[in-house]
Write a protein that binds this ligand. Structure first.
Ligand SMILES: [Zn+2]
Length: 94
């Protein structure tokens, strides 16, 4: 299982690619199925980043991340179950 530090390193590369498709290999399973979605209030430039793999459903969460221009952002002012896009219940790396 990939460590938190390995995920963080890949996050850093993926962050620089946003909002382009992330063509990086998952540090855990190697598939190119990584997703990066931010959750924030519409008027904020800082939010919570969720970074995970849609194939193995592992990943990390980053608090107080600066949101890059054009990134995928969910509105935190709406109820959690109505936010789009949906974030799966992935397992956090430690
Ligand atoms: Zn994976």
């Amino acid at each position: 299982m990939a460590t938190y530090d390995e995920w963080l390193e890949t996050f850093s590369d993926a962050y620089d690619m946003a909002p382009e498709a992330i063509d990086l290999a998952c540090p855990n399973c190697g598939r190119q199925r990584l997703r990066l979605v931010f959750t924030a209030r519409p008027d904020r430039s800082v939010g919570h980043a969720a970074f995970w793999c849609d194939h193995c459903l592992q990943g990390i969460g980053i608090s107080r991340a600066v949101i890059p221009a054009e990134a995928i952002v969910r509105d935190s002012s709406v109820p959690a179950d109505e936010r789009e896009p949906k974030i799966p219940n992935f397992q956090l790396a430690t």
